[in-house]
Design a protein around this ligand. Structure first.
Ligand SMILES: Nc1ncnc2c1ncn2[C@@H]1O[C@H](COP(=O)(O)OP(=O)(O)OP(=O)(O)O)[C@@H](O)[C@H]1O
Length: 889
């Protein structure tokens, strides 16, 4: 430290050392003295600021404050007895004289007496608090304003002393509650300024304290208001909720009553009186308000008792307003916690068709002399009547975000390769060629597209269109260009089009299509962004309208790119809960990239390892399984009384379909089969049949198919497939006959390749330049989805067991039962309904397998024989079944 100090001696001082020794010595001594003086306060400050000093002082202050607090509290209780001892004696004398009552001993008694009676009265407690706060700050090494805290505390203590002193001035007490200080100040004020003056001074002091703590007071007030407002909002919300629920219950009741009015058989029905009905509403309301009444004999036992059943599907915590049903003959009494849930499914609501309603939990019949209801209500095909919150299919993956558009490459628009001169020359050639055949034209206009330029001709009056059409080859010859296509006439335009390929084709980046406003705002159910038309319009088609698409084109013409664009555009628009793909790829390389989407977007057979199907035999099983899924979906639609998947899902979202009855949200399923021709060659009819079934029927249940093939020959695209695939995409094919197979007309053979395609739907043909998506872009999209949380597994397709194969043969011939036999038998017996469709739905199996199970149960004597449309009879109970299963095993 000293060394350092020496080092800072000014240079002038050092110079003088060399000139005169004695002067230098004097100066050095003086400097050292000054330095000593300045070093001393530095050390003190450092000592005070030292963390250890602060902690120790903090502890000391807190101990001191605690001792003073105890002594002061003790002083208030025992001070009167100690007063004579404390007054006029030193601490040593008090200790010598005898026992003091103060818990702080002689010292505590004197301390408290001086702080309270001789000091600030109860205001002394503020000073104790001051020591606590000070000690706390020091202990925690917190930054604070010492003088601010000290002055505020003093002002508080003085104010308290004066205000309390005035308030207790007349009080005949052993202690000055405002201390000597308060008493003296008030004596002076009362003597000189009167009572008004003394009150005014107290009021001014209180106002001063209020101003000092204004900010803190404001914060307290704001916090208080916030709590009050939050409480009000909560109350309001609860009130609204209760009102909404009450309205729903009333609506339901009135609907049910109307139905009852219509159908009740007068002989056996006692209709509830108006009084009973109002009691019912009250009863139901009290449940909704979580206030569950204990079952009482006089209470009307009637519909709409909310209850919660464990739900094994997506609908955890949902409750159902369930009433008496023929199956359970009773109502499960809810417990308080059960009733908290709001979601209500009530497919079963009002299926009252038996007599007395029983409360199962209490084993008591809820009837009384005047309120027993004997009701026979016809079974309605009751979809739901009460719904609260809509079901959100995306809830399970609510944090899923769609791939960003930035994952797609931004490719600057290329220069259009058709120059003005080329265009003019082509126009002249077309005119000249037509003139050679005496076809005058009144107008010609060119539109430059990404791959072709369209020359639109308006022929002079009286010219026959067929005449121009016949000149296709002549015009092509005169233009010396390949791939000329004549559209005569252009639908809806009244002109004739001649498409002439550009010398250089322009690529259409997928980003320009998917990122376009048209696509982003597109409301199609399954939008396929295809590319750009000749007039550079963005071309989007809705797969649900197609509803199945056939894609054909010679090798290397852009099929795979086209399929990737379709898949990518669907991924950009559909949430994983809304769409599933079944990807079939016999080439094994085209769709392998998508395997990472397994837990988000893919559907596969149970137990299947690979999410992309490559083995032709597995393709057969998968397609058949898709047929089962289609059948199951139809069964669900039928039960829900709707015709399309959209109506079904809408009903399900409104919670009008009970998941416990097998209903579920149905995602669209898009099956993409690449190299369909190879599959037909390998598996023939086995592949064709399920494809034809799906193509014929699956549209309504949201299952759509895209088949791609290099060989658009008639033995691949058979009549039955063609008839059921109205949407066709043709990339370039080598022969006109292939074009005819795929499009029913020539044209695809005149395309120029590299994504140049014809899109045909319902007889209308559009020439489109397919958007280009690179493998890297596909990878980016897949990766951005893969890295997000998905479902626990791929969407399970129903298990498919082929008819007549080894397994099924063994099952039936060798008297061996289906692996599901025991489970299914228990299900049938416990539910007391033996219907094949219920097995189908419950186990997600096909009709054949469910039928086989039923036959096996019939053979085992569990169910009776089939009797037309009626369900079979269940012949045994659970106990008998268990005994039978034991014997069978
Ligand atoms: N829309 C497009 N825009 C620009 N170039 C394209 C487009 N589509 C395809 N191409 C080019 O054509 C090449 C072959 O395309 P693609 O792999 O899709 O052909 P394919 O018809 O699937 O062939 P194969 O049947 O042999 O698999 C691509 O690598 C690409 O260079």
């Amino acid at each position: 430290m000293l060394d350092n100090d020496t080092a800072t001696i000014p240079s002038g001082t050092r110079e003088s050392e060399t000139t005169s020794e004695p002067v230098a010595e004097k100066k050095a001594t003086a400097t050292a003295k000054t330095r000593k003086k300045t070093a001393a306060p530095g050390r003190i400050v450092r000592f005070i600021r030292d963390r250890r000093t602060r902690i120790f002082t903090g502890i000391l202050l807190i101990c001191w404050a605690t001792f003073t607090l105890f002594s002061s509290i003790s002083y208030f209780t025992s001070g009167a007895e100690d007063q004579s001892l404390v007054t006029g004696n030193t601490i040593a004398q008090i200790a010598e004289r005898g026992t003091v009552n103060n818990s702080g001993g002689a010292f505590g008694a004197v301390l408290a007496h001086n702080a309270i009676s001789n000091g600030f009265g109860v205001g002394a407690l503020i000073l104790i608090a001051y020591f606590y706060i000070l000690g706390w700050y020091l202990l925690h090494n917190s930054r604070f304003s010492f003088w601010g805290l000290t002055s505020k505390s003093l002002i508080d203590a003085i104010t308290t002393s004066i205000v309390v002193g005035l308030a207790t001035y007349q009080l005949n007490s052993w202690v000055y509650w405002g201390g000597i200080h308060g008493y003296t100040v008030n004596s002076w004020l009362l003597a000189n300024a009167g009572v008004a003056g003394a009150i005014l001074v107290s009021a001014v002091l209180l106002a001063l304290v209020a101003c000092i703590y204004l900010n803190e007071l404001r914060l307290v007030y704001v916090a208080y208001r916030r709590r009050v407002n939050a409480h009000k909002a909560r109350l309001k919300e609860q009130r609204e909720k209760l009102e909404a629920e009450k309205r729903q219950v009333e609506e339901t009741l009135s609907k049910s009553n109307k139905e009852i009015d219509g159908d009740i058989n007068e002989d056996i029905i006692e209709r509830p009186s108006a009084q009973q009905q109002s009691a019912i509403v009250d009863f139901t309301e009290s449940f909704i308000g979580n206030d569950i009444p204990a079952p009482q004999e006089s209470e009307p036992a009637m519909v709409a008792v909310p209850y919660v059943e464990p739900n094994d599907s997506d609908f955890d915590n949902s409750s159902a307003t369930k009433t008496y049903t023929p199956e359970n003959d009773s109502i499960d009494a809810p417990n308080a916690s059960d009733v908290i849930s709001n979601d209500i499914y009530n497919d079963d609501a009002y299926n009252l068709n038996d007599d007395t309603i029983e409360n199962e939990s209490t084993e008591e019949t809820l009837d009384s002399d005047d309120s027993e209801l004997t009701i026979d209500v016809p079974q309605f095909d009751s979809e739901v009547h009460v719904s609260t919150e809509a079901y959100d299919p995306t809830a399970e993956l609510s944090r899923f975000h769609f791939p960003s558009i930035d994952l797609l490459n931004e490719i600057p628009e290329q220069q259009v390769s058709v120059d003005q001169q080329e265009m003019e020359e082509n126009k002249e050639r077309i005119k000249a060629t037509l003139a050679n055949y005496q076809i005058p034209i009144s107008h010609i206009k060119a539109t430059v597209g990404p791959t072709v330029t369209l020359y639109e001709i308006v022929p002079a009056e009286g010219v026959r269109i067929a005449k121009i059409k016949r000149l296709e080859d002549d015009i092509a010859l005169s233009l010396a260009a390949l791939g000329i296509r004549i559209i005569a006439p252009i639908p809806g335009k009244g002109t004739i089009g001649i498409e002439v390929p550009n010398k250089e084709a322009q690529m259409v980046p997928v980003r320009s299509i998917i990122g376009s406003r048209k696509f982003q705002e597109c409301k199609y159910d399954l939008p396929m962004a295809m590319g750009a038309t000749i007039s550079k319009d963005i071309f989007i088609a809705d797969l649900t309208k197609m509803p199945h698409v056939l894609v054909a084109g010679a090798t290397g013409q852009g099929k795979s790119v086209g399929l990737n664009v379709i898949i990518a555009s669907l991924l950009y628009k559909k949430h994983p809960s809304e769409l599933k793909f079944v990807l079939v790829d016999p080439k094994m390389v085209e769709f392998s990239l998508y395997s990472k989407l397994e837990k988000h977007y893919l559907a596969k057979l149970p137990g299947e390892e690979e999410p992309i199907i490559t083995d032709p035999m597995k393709v057969v099983a998968t397609l058949n399984s898709c047929c089962l899924e289609m059948d199951n979906r139809y069964a669900l639609l039928k039960e829900a009384n709707v015709r399309t998947i959209k109506e079904y899902n809408a009903k399900f979202i409104q919670r009008r379909l009970n998941p416990e009855k097998g209903h579920r949200y149905l995602p669209y399923i898009v099956m993409v089969v690449d190299e369909f021709g190879d599959l037909i060659m390998m598996a023939g009819k086995e592949v064709e049949q399920p494809i034809a079934r799906i193509a014929q029927k699956a549209r309504a249940v949201g299952m759509h198919m895209i088949l791609a093939t290099q060989r658009p020959s008639t033995n691949v695209i058979t009549g039955i497939i063609k008839a059921n695939f109205p949407g066709r995409i043709a990339f370039r094919v080598s022969q006109m006959v292939d074009s005819r197979t795929i499009l029913d007309r020539p044209g695809a053979n005149q395309l120029i390749g590299k994504g140049d395609m014809l899109f045909s739907f319902n007889g209308e043909i559009d020439r489109v330049q397919c958007a280009f998506i690179s493998t890297e872009e596909v990878e980016n999209i897949v990766e951005s989805i893969h890295e997000q949380i998905g479902y626990s597994e791929a969407y399970p397709l129903p298990e498919y067991i082929p008819d007549g194969d080894a397994v099924s043969g063994a099952l039936t011939q060798g008297n061996e039962h289906d692996p599901l036999f025991e489970e299914a038998a228990r299900f049938i017996v416990s539910s007391n309904t033996a219907s094949t469709s219920s097995l189908q739905r419950r186990y997600n199996i096909g009709y054949n397998r469910a039928g086989r199970l039923m036959d096996q149960m019939e053979a085992a004597g569990i169910v009776g024989p089939a009797s037309g449309a009626k369900p079979r009879q269940v012949l045994i109970d659970s106990l008998q079944l268990e005994r039978m299963l034991e014997i069978l095993s």
